[in-house]
Design a protein around this ligand. Structure first.
Ligand SMILES: NC(=O)C1=CN([C@@H]2O[C@H](COP(=O)(O)OP(=O)(O)OC[C@H]3O[C@@H](n4cnc5c(N)ncnc54)[C@H](OP(=O)(O)O)[C@@H]3O)[C@@H](O)[C@H]2O)[C@@H](O)CC1
Ligand SMILES: Nc1ncnc2c1ncn2[C@@H]1O[C@H](COP(=O)(O)OP(=O)(O)O)[C@@H](O)[C@H]1O
Length: 282
C-alpha cells in the first residue's frame, strides 16, 4: 500500500529553535527545576543519566526521586543533583509541587512501586516527558498520560503502544508517529535512525543526524533529560523536542565517528559545546 503520510521537514541548524541568552544577573530560579522520577533496583543509572544531562545543559535545579537504596551512589557521583529516596508515592507530592518539569519512566521498572510513582505524576498538570517503563505501563492501560505531554518511544515501545509489531512501525514511521499523536493527544518523539517529532500543532519533523554507535544502553535516558532541561529553560514543548533531538543526534554523530564503544554519558560535554555554539549563554 502507498505511504500517504506527509513528508517531514528536515531539522537543520538553520531551522532550529534557540534558547535565549541569559541576563548578567541570572540566578538558578530562572531556569526551572527538572524532576527525574525513576531508578528501580538495578536501573538507577538511567535516572542518573537523565539528571546529569539536565544539569549539564542548563536546568536551574535537578532532582531525582528514586529508590532510597540508590541515593548514596547518585550523590557520591554528582553532588549537584538533589536525590531523594522515595519509599511510597505519597512522598512524591511535595517534590512534584516544587518541579517545573517532570521526566518519568527512565529505569522506573515494572514493580508496584514503579506504577504508584507513575500514577502520582500522571495526576498533576506539570509538563511531563514519558519514556521507557512509563510507556510500557501506558501501553498496558495501567496509566493515563496527561494531554500535551511528550512521549519518547523507540520502535519497540511504539509497537506496544499501537498494539502492533516493530516491522509495521518501521515500514511507515511517519504514520506511526501521527497515530500515536492522535491516540494520546501528546507530542511524539519516535526515536531511532531518522527520529521523527510529531507535534500537537500538526508539525512533523525529522532528524537525519545520529550514528549507529548510539545503539547502546542509556542514550534514550539522556535524550529525556535533555528535553526536560530545555523545557525547564522555557522552550515550548515542540521546540524543546526538536532542539534536544538535534543536539543529541549531532553529539552522537560527532563521537560515533571515533568508533564503537560510545557511552551515553560521553554525550554531555559535546552536547554542552553544541548548545553553546547554537544558543550562546551570553
Ligand atoms: N544504565 C541503566 O540503568 C539503563 C537502564 N535502562 C532502563 O531499563 C529499562 C528497560 O529498558 P530496555 O531497553 O531493556 O527495555 P525495552 O526498551 O522495552 O527493550 C526491550 C526489548 O525491546 C526491543 N527493542 C528495544 N529497543 C528497540 C529498538 N529501538 N528497535 C527495535 N527493538 C527494540 C528489544 O527486543 P529484541 O529485539 O531483543 O527482541 C529489547 O530487548 C527502562 O526503564 C530503561 O530506562 C536502559 O535505558 C538501559 C540503561
Ligand atoms: N542507529 C542509530 N542511529 C541514530 N540514532 C540512534 C541509533 N541507535 C540509537 N539511536 C538513538 O539513541 C537513543 C536510544 O534510545 P533508547 O532505545 O530509548 O535507549 P535506552 O532505553 O537504552 O536509553 C534514541 O534517541 C535513538 O534515536
Amino acid at each position: 500500500m502507498a505511504n500517504l503520510s506527509p513528508t517531514p521537514i528536515l531539522l537543520t541548524e538553520k531551522n532550529l529553535p534557540h534558547l535565549r541568552a541569559r541576563p548578567l544577573d541570572a540566578h538558578k530560579g530562572l531556569f526551572g527545576h527538572v524532576l527525574i522520577v525513576g531508578g528501580d533496583f538495578g536501573t538507577s543509572g538511567a535516572a542518573l543519566l537523565a539528571a546529569e544531562i539536565a544539569l549539564r545543559t542548563g536546568a536551574g535545579l535537578v532532582s531525582v526521586a528514586t529508590r532510597p537504596e540508590n541515593t548514596l551512589a547518585i550523590l557520591t557521583r554528582t553532588p549537584e543533583i538533589m536525590c531523594l529516596g522515595i519509599q511510597s508515592a505519597n512522598q512524591l507530592s511535595s517534590l512534584i509541587n516544587k518541579a517545573s518539569v517532570i521526566v518519568i519512566g527512565v529505569g522506573l521498572g515494572k514493580s508496584v512501586w514503579s506504577q504508584s510513582l507513575l500514577s502520582a505524576v500522571a495526576t498533576n498538570n506539570k509538563p511531563q516527558i514519558w519514556d521507557a517503563d512509563a510507556l510500557n505501563f501506558l501501553a498496558q492501560n495501567k496509566a493515563m498520560v496527561p494531554k500535551g505531554s511528550i512521549l519518547t518511544p523507540h520502535l519497540a515501545e511504539a509497537a506496544r503502544l499501537l498494539d502492533t509489531d516493530i516491522a509495521t512501525i518501521q515500514a511507515d514511521k511517519e504514520s506511526a508517529a501521527i497515530k500515536l499523536r492522535q491516540k494520546y493527544d501528546c507530542h511524539i518523539i519516535l526515536k531511532g535512525r531518522g527520529t521523527l517529532i510529531a507535534g500537537l500543532d500538526d508539525s512533523l519533523t525529522v532528524c537525519d543526524n545520529g550514528h549507529p554507535a548510539m545503539a547502546g544502553a542509556g542514550f534514550g535516558d539522556v535524550l529525556s533529560g535533555l528535553i526536560g532541561a530545555l523545557l525547564a529553560q522555557h522552550l515550548p514543548a515542540i521546540e524543546a523536542s526538536q532542539l534536544a533531538v538535534w543536539l543529541h543526534a549531532k553529539a552522537g554523530e560527532q563521537l560515533g565517528k571515533l568508533g564503537r564503544g560510545l557511552a551515553a554519558s560521553d554525550l554531555a560535554p559535546i552536547v554542552r559545546q553544541l548548545l553553546e555554539k547554537q544558543s550562546p549563554c551570553l
